[in-house]
Design a protein around this ligand. Structure first.
Ligand SMILES: Cc1cc2nc3c(=O)[nH]c(=O)nc-3n(C[C@H](O)[C@H](O)[C@H](O)COP(=O)(O)OP(=O)(O)OC[C@H]3O[C@@H](n4cnc5c(N)ncnc54)[C@H](O)[C@@H]3O)c2cc1C
Length: 263
């Protein structure tokens, strides 16, 4: 819980700072913040309820109300399922348009169009080759920063691969979208945690303070988040989607209605 709360605060600070600094486009960050924090709040309250055992169930405990209050956040203000698709689709719009531009123009005989496609191709290629540098001031965070840079590269590769493999139908593939959104949210969360942690380490070094409980929690968060990013990216190519969709179709009777309609 402490690790998640550290990340939730760090993400809120960074997102609020985007707004305060006058950025005009922060819709993906606010959507990621909403989904991430409401899911983790639910986990925390649910775990807390479990820790308190049977006594949590009775009306004189505030935990019942907390549980109910936390639950609505996953539904209201844009349900988390809808926002998860939104995060993936809005995030993939840029690279998707670039691929489309390359595809549309590469066939055209006009020189200007071909140059445009070549430019877009080069941009994609340089993103595919270069591992981005994640700047941190404190020596202790260098290893995490370079792991994060490599994961951003892997994420970029995975998104490109999904766009090339599935093309337009990816707009309807919510299982794929969810994994991309989960990886994006964890990347954002880890970035915010490293930023906050870096600032705290730099300040505490100046004041001669030692490691705080919060910094231990930050370390745990980054470790677990890196694991989750790898898992989400791995699951893009290794999953049970076919069986899951077959089960859903069987239970919902889609197969029966398809055969009845003869299509
Ligand atoms: C206490 C409370 C206060 C509220 N206050 C306000 C308010 O002040 N202002 C306001 O405008 N609204 C308010 N609402 C409404 C709230 O915004 C809606 O409940 C919420 O947007 C979800 O819509 P819905 O209930 O129609 O569920 P539905 O849209 O029917 O969704 C049902 C389920 O299906 C999922 N789902 C829906 N579409 C998709 C999709 N395309 N892909 C995957 N999953 C999907 C949803 O995630 C959800 O789990 C409030 C609701 C409650 C309970």
């Amino acid at each position: 819980m402490a690790a998640d709360v550290y990340a939730m605060e760090a993400m809120t600070q960074v997102t609020a700072s985007l707004i305060d600094r006058g950025f005009e486009d922060y819709m993906i960050e606010t959507a990621m913040l909403k989904v991430f924090t409401t899911e983790r709040l639910w986990d925390a309250v649910n775990d807390c309820f479990q820790i308190h055992g049977g006594s949590a169930y009775f009306d004189d405990s505030p935990l019942g109300r907390m549980l109910r209050d936390a639950r609505i956040n996953q539904i209201g203000e844009g349900s988390n399922e809808v926002l998860t698709s939104f995060i993936a689709l809005v995030g993939m719009r840029g690279p998707g348009m670039e691929f489309k531009e390359i595809l549309d123009t590469v066939m055209k005989p006009w020189r200007a169009e071909r140059n445009k496609a070549f430019g877009a191709g080069l941009k994609r290629l340089s993103a595919a080759v270069k591992v981005p540098e994640v700047p941190v001031r404190h020596e202790q965070l260098r290893s995490y920063a370079s792991q994060l840079g490599r994961l951003v590269w892997r994420f970029n590769f995975a998104v490109n691969k999904a766009l090339i493999t599935y093309r337009e139908p990816v707009m309807d593939m919510q299982l794929i979208q969810e994994r991309i959104a989960v990886a994006a949210m964890e990347l954002f969360a880890t970035t915010c945690v490293l930023s906050r942690w870096d600032s705290e380490l730099t300040k505490s070094g100046r004041n001669g303070h030692s490691v705080t409980t919060e910094q231990v929690a930050a370390d745990l968060f980054v470790r677990r988040s890196i694991r989750k990013i790898k898992e989400a990216l791995r699951d893009l190519g290794d999953n049970d989607d076919r069986a899951l969709l077959a089960t859903a179709n069987a239970v919902l009777g889609q197969r029966a209605s398809i055969s009845r309609n003869g299509s």
